[in-house]
Design a protein around this ligand. Structure first.
Ligand code: ADP
Length: 421
């Protein structure tokens, strides 16, 4: 072999070895990058998309890795958006006063908000269970069943046996989007029904209160039309008619006043008021009746409570009503005491008597319209509205009024008013 051929062979062998070394280094680098890409993919699979991706390189492997990375990051952004939407929806549902309950196609509770859970007395783990097992009210089970089979369902008003005085309304609608299902919404209408009842009672009471004097007026007017010869009887009939007409007038006036107070139509005009003078003048108004009933009247106004910034006209009406009741409901020979003092940051006015007092269970109810402790004991001129008016008048001046019984017997009404300058 010539030396030329030998040299050529040696050159080729060296070139092959160099190429092999270079190839093996490239392979190692690729394997290392593939490992780094795999580590990133594992991190992504665990949900950690936060750290920046490494430099994937400029070749085909790098291009594929970058494209996959961008797709994963975009998916992550969308998932984050969905998660935020879900959290927002959960927060809205949790803060709703209405109960919301969603049932899926298979009749399983998919979503139950806190209000629905409380209203229907459902267990904490109700979600995911079949609604027929979780909900015990047959009416609601029926409503959901009909909605799931695509029927239009009417609203249902009901009360649970465990909570008879709570009135609920449930409305169900079928869900058509994303598979069939049904959504049920519950409203608590207890207050609405109570207000309804109060209005109905009020109308019945007004009619009843007006009927009594009207019947008397009609009867005595008919008797007068028969022209009795007896002048004394005629006079007596006229007096009765007059008395009942006056009673009706008072009733209507008080009703109108309550309506004005209710609608916030009575302006409050604050001015300094001499409480001592006010108490004396109200007591003086009842002096003839107090004397007739041989009662004693006392007034004790503390010097620091003497002048108070209130609406003097309203203050007068409050005191007049309370003193009138005390005088009327206290038997002959009793004592009526009015006192005024300062207590912390309040002005406290009390009217006490030595009468029969009030049954404990009626202490708050006496401020309701037409509420009378004992119908048979109701005084003839009374309307049953006086204390309701007192409560409103005190409230518009920012105060409170309470009724209580004294230890030794007798009622005590306490008016607390904020101090103003
Ligand atoms: P009325 O016009 O019947 O007096 P009020 O609203 O002033 O109506 O009072 C409501 C009811 O509260 C009265 O019917 C009476 O039963 C009871 N009441 C009010 N004040 C007294 C009192 N000082 N002592 C005992 N009962 C009272």
């Amino acid at each position: 072999m010539s030396s030329l051929v030998l040299a050529a062979l040696a050159g080729a062998a060296i070139a092959t070895i160099v190429a092999l070394v270079l190839l093996s280094r490239d392979h190692q680098r690729r394997a290392a990058r593939a490992g780094a890409i795999e580590a990133v993919a594992r991190r992504y699979a665990l949900g950690d998309l936060s750290r920046p991706a490494p430099d994937y390189g400029d070749d085909e492997l790098g291009a594929v890795a970058r494209a996959m990375d961008a797709a994963v990051q975009e998916l992550g952004r969308r998932l984050g958006g969905l998660e935020r939407d879900r959290a927002r929806m959960e927060a809205i549902l949790a803060s709703m006063v209405e109960g919301v309950l969603v049932v899926d196609e298979q009749g399983r509770l998919q979503l139950v908000n806190e209000a629905a859970r409380q209203m229907l007395k459902l267990e904490r783990e109700a979600s995911g269970r079949p609604y027929v097992e979780a909900i015990r009210h047959p009416g609601i089970v029926q409503q959901l069943g009909r909605a799931l089979s695509g029927e239009a369902v009417e609203g249902l008003e009901f009360s649970l046996a465990a909570e008879r005085n709570r009135t609920l309304v449930s409305r169900v609608a079928p869900v058509v989007a994303a598979g069939r299902g049904a959504v049920l919404v519950l409203h608590d209408i207890t207050d609405l029904r109570k207000a309804d009842q109060i209005r109905r009672d009020f109308v019945a009471n007004v009619s009843h209160e007006l009927r009594t004097p009207l019947t008397a007026i009609k009867g005595y007017a008919e008797a007068l039309m028969d022209e009795p010869d007896d002048e004394e009887a005629r006079q007596r009939f006229l007096e009765i008619i007059h008395r009942h007409a006056a009673r009706m007038e008072r009733l209507v006036q008080e009703l109108l006043r309550l309506a004005r107070l209710d609608a916030g139509q009575e302006a409050v005009e604050y001015a300094p008021c001499d409480i001592q003078a006010l108490v004396s003048s109200v007591m003086a108004d009842f002096e003839p009746l107090i004397a007739e009933k041989h009662q004693h009247a006392d007034a004790a106004v503390a010097p620091e409570a003497r002048v108070l910034v209130v609406d003097p006209a309203k203050m007068h009406d409050i005191l007049r009503n309370l003193v009138e009741n005390a005088v009327n409901y206290t038997p002959d020979g009793g004592t009526i005491t009015v006192s005024a003092a300062l207590e912390a940051d309040r002005h406290v006015l009390t009217v006490r008597d030595t009468g029969p007092g009030l049954p404990e269970e009626d202490l708050t109810r006496v401020f309701e319209r037409f509420y009378r402790v004992d119908k048979s004991r109701a005084r003839p001129g009374g309307t049953g509205l006086g204390l309701a008016i007192v409560k409103h008048l005190v409230q518009v001046m920012g105060g409170t009024v309470t009724a209580a019984n004294q230890r030794g017997g007798g009622a005590v009404f306490t008016v607390r008013l904020p101090l103003r300058t």
